[in-house]
Design a protein around this ligand. Structure first.
Ligand SMILES: [Zn+2]
Length: 199
């Protein structure tokens, strides 16, 4: 994941997962999760405890790669769903079906745990469950889809080719770029050169 880091504060975990491809809508998309270890590094960055999976993945490299391939197919379904919603269109039914297929596993093994103030609901997964990072991602997607107020904030970056998704939490609901310093400036620069050419 060289040269890639993402700010996990705010936003939504499922959208951050979708954004592990840069320049998706160009002829040269950049894949940030090429190996299973990249996904673990991302999961760690997102605050998940994936220590036991590092050992399992080292022993079962082929299985780990297959799990990653499945996760990346789901990622494309999530992109299709939320990109459609950002464009105020109906998500493709086959992509919703793909999400529904992984729901039972993601919602399995819930457990109520006593916490210092009250209780928390947690999901347990087996120590060798290589697909464990999918759980929080899928639950984040279902939560976003079923929270109308949040879902209405989903946007797709307006910069040409970027296709990153984000939640517009700005007061005036006018945010257009995934990141002003990257895509906002890139767009400003592009307009500047266009103007110069036209002049
Ligand atoms: Zn962008």
């Amino acid at each position: 994941m060289a040269g890639y880091s993402f700010d996990f504060t705010g936003g939504s975990l499922c959208l951050n997962f979708v954004n592990t491809v840069s320049n998706r809508a160009t002829s040269e998309p950049i894949e940030h999760l090429r190996r299973y270890e990249d996904w673990l590094a991302w999961s760690r960055q997102a605050g998940m405890n994936v220590k036991s999976l590092e050992r399992v993945a080292r022993r079962q490299t082929q299985r780990a790669q297959a799990v990653l391939d499945r996760a990346l197919r789901l990622r494309e379904s999530l992109y299709a769903i939320f990109s459609a919603i950002a464009a105020q269109k109906t998500p493709p039914p086959q992509e919703l079906a793909a999400l529904n297929r992984v729901l039972p596993a993601a919602m399995a093994h819930p457990k109520i745990l006593a916490a210092p103030s009250g209780f928390t609901l947690q999901w347990q997964s087996a120590e060798d469950a290589l697909d464990a990072p999918l759980g929080p991602i899928v639950r984040s997607a279902t939560e976003l889809l079923s929270t109308a107020g949040e879902l209405a904030k989903v946007r797709e970056c307006a910069a040409s080719g970027c296709a990153w998704l984000f939640l517009d939490t700005s007061r005036n609901k006018q945010r257009r770029w995934c990141d002003m310093t990257i895509c906002g400036n890139r767009n400003k620069a592009r307009r500047y050169y266009q103007k110069r050419r036209e002049a």
